[in-house]
Design a protein around this ligand. Sequence first.
Ligand code: THU
Length: 113
Amino acid sequence: MYTKLLEMAKEAAENAYAPYSGLRVGAAILGEDGSIFTGCNIENASYGATVCAERVALYTAVSKGVRKFRAVAVTHIPCGICRQTLFEFGDMDVITPDAVQKLSLLLPEAFTL
Ligand code: THU
């Protein structure tokens, strides 16, 4: 069902800039309107400035005015920061090569204001 989205995430991973960890991550996020935005991880010599693939995809979508999402496909399981960041824009399906799960299952009791 989400085969194409996962394929797009894998393709996005090819653009990863990961000279420090060597881990190439890709993400593709599907808006409720059917639009898709992709992202890859972008590392930095100042390690804390590194951004994850999911957030690059999410922020690209939001910067284009898309705020409601059906699903996000990621080549690896999302880290805690990305789970919280994604949850800001609602619960959605999280597609990884091994599973399809609700974000709320991966982030129980998410922080909200
Ligand atoms: N990374 C992601 O892109 N997404 C995650 O959810 C976890 C980690 C990246 C950040 C860094 O470039 C590399 O994986 C190793 O942590």
